[in-house]
Write a protein that binds this ligand. Structure first.
Ligand code: IP8
Length: 445
């Protein structure tokens, strides 16, 4: 029988190189990946991928029981130099070939799958310019965390590719003033005790306050409240799933979240302030519940055009679990990091974070400032102030604070406050003090 060996990914800036092995007569196929570390310093200049490729092919041959009398057609690519040489040396009949057709399709598909597992969705199966630049764009979205997935051993990585800017950034530079991001908590805009019940008066009041802001571009993100959380819990959407029941739960949740979004949008229309809804479920792909990709192109254009983009916590496609829930907090902080927002405001139904529930306990104290250094101390106080459900309360708070610190730019600030008090937003934007909890990466500025 005849065996073909091909590779994919050598020219792709992200991920390792896939090697596919295919037996023509039986259509058996398997693929292995030369890990990306072989294309990073110092390995890349030492060409460690040559040996690693041979190791993987020999292992693949054992799985497929490839015999020495089977001719092996190996692609001529440089990455397979070690494979051709090593197989010849071991007594296989190696025929250098240009691979086309079925194996090429299979190996490109394996590469696309492997990139999707890293969190890079919708990569074209045909290699070329579009695929190349989609990958660079993905790295640029979060260079700090994603560079480790890149072929940084390439000569032009440090000098050129690392600094590449996506076209939309050159074309559409973004507002000259960085945006302020406001999160409307679910318990402010909805009545959490009754399914799908919006607090219309509060929404109108908040929208009026926000619409009055002229000096800053604003992005609004709202929580799920009683429109999202009942359903997300009922169908356990955090965990993803495959059943039709769950999928219909996704449909229902997105429908309800869209309804809440429309109520908020209508309030902007009434306030005569241009705003647009951007559905998080249409622009985000997550990886085990964490945002892996967010398509911000439309958002940037609208923001530049002086619209207020409105997003929300939502169901998102998830490359591992099928779908999941991504909270509004995560979206807010992802945007804050990406757009280098100097200020993130969490509009809550209380004017900050407290050592106990201020609605139940009059001795509860507001925490004026939290930094990563003081976080544990604060959580201890909260645990002491909390009643029977201490673990839940502190863990909930820990989650929120950690999420904020993950995305907060070094010089940025997050404020938890009650924006329902008229003038509070204007005071914050004017740099004045308001009753609140402020979160900063460092206590001193
Ligand atoms: O209220 C959750 O967003 P959050 C959204 O910001 C859904 O946590 C659909 C439950």
């Amino acid at each position: 029988m005849t065996v073909f060996v091909d590779d994919a990914g050598w020219g792709d800036p992200v991920g390792g190189v896939i090697i596919g092995i295919y037996r023509v007569e039986t259509e058996e196929y398997l693929s292995r990946e030369i890990e990306v570390t072989h294309f990073q310093p110092p390995n890349f200049t030492q060409r460690t991928y040559l040996n690693r490729g041979l190791e993987l092919v020999l292992e693949g041959f054992r799985c497929l029981f490839v015999q020495k009398d089977e001719p092996i057609h190996v692609c001529r690519g440089v990455v397979l130099d070690g494979v051709r040489e090593g197989l010849t040396h071991r007594g296989y009949e190696v025929i250098p070939t240009k691979i086309e057709g079925r194996l090429q399709e299979l190996v490109e598909a394996s590469l696309v799958e492997s990139l999707a597992r890293l969190g890079l969705p919708n990569i074209p199966t045909v290699s070329g310019k579009e695929r190349f630049f989609r990958q660079l764009e993905w790295i640029q979205e979060d260079l700090r965390r994603r560079e480790r997935f890149a072929k940084t051993g390439w000569k032009n990585w440090p000098t050129k590719l690392r600094h590449w800017k996506p076209k939309w950034r050159q074309r559409n530079r973004g507002p000259t003033t960085p945006p302020v991001i406001i999160k409307l908590g679910g318990s402010v805009v909805t009545d959490k005790t009754k399914p799908s019940t919006a607090r219309l008066d509060t929404i109108e009041l908040l929208v009026k306050e926000i619409s009055a802001v002229k000096a800053h571009p604003i992005i609004l993100v709202h929580g799920g409240g009683s429109f999202g959380h009942f359903l997300a819990e009922k169908y356990e959407l955090h965990q993803g799933g495959r059943s039709k029941r769950k999928k219909l739960g996704v449909t229902q949740t997105i429908h309800e979240m869209t309804r809440l979004g429309q109520i908020i949008l209508a309030a902007f229309q009434k306030a005569n302030r241009p705003a647009v809804s951007i559905h998080s479920s249409s622009i985000i792909v997550s990886l085990r519940g964490r945002i892996a990709h967010m398509d911000l192109e439309a958002l940037r254009f609208f923001l530049n055009g002086n619209f207020i983009p409105i997003l929300s916590g939502d169901v998102t496609a998830d490359s591992v679990t099928g779908f999941t829930i991504v909270s509004g907090d995560q979206i807010v902080m992802y945007l804050a990091r990406l757009l280098e927002a100097p200020l993130v405001i969490f509009a809550s139904d209380v004017d900050g974070l407290y050592t106990a529930d201020p609605k139940l306990d009059p001795s509860a104290q507001r925490i004026p400032l939290i930094t990563p250094e003081t976080m544990e101390e604060v959580l201890e106080k909260v645990a002491m102030g909390a009643a029977a459900d201490a673990a839940d309360v502190t863990e909930g708070m820990r989650g929120k604070i950690t999420e904020i610190f993950k995305g907060l730019p070094e010089s940025g600030e997050a404020i938890v406050c009650d924006l329902r008090q008229p003038g509070t937003l204007a005071r914050i934007l004017a740099g004045k003090e308001v009753p609140s909890t402020r979160l900063r990466q460092k206590s001193a500025r």
